[in-house]
Design a protein around this ligand. Sequence first.
Ligand SMILES: [Cu+2]
Length: 124
Amino acid sequence: MRLSVIVLVGALLAATTAAVPTSAAKPQMTALPVVNVVATADQKFAPDHIVLHVNKRQTLRFTSAGGVHGIVSTALGIPATMIMPGKPVSIAVTPKKAGTYRIPCTIVCGPGHADMALTIQVNP
Ligand SMILES: [Cu+2]
């Protein structure tokens, strides 16, 4: 009896999985890959310099390897965001203007805080 129930559940799962179209439903992959930025425990962004492009949407994924950090950039449309250990945060950015943007850490996080900054270079 128990074996037949397991077989039945297995068959139902297989039928459900098979009913989902896989190839036809996939959208064209036009999005850029995610750029991962780590806020380190010794008050640095790693990498501390990234390159984006005008009018190209890019997702930045921030994680903290130690300490609480923050970023904000009105010029790039990055809202005030806290970066905390165990809580990765993703921000979509579509730069409008070429240039070099220095984004300092917004939360006092340790002795290296004053020098902690992410540089975003936006190319045409
Ligand atoms: Cu800081």
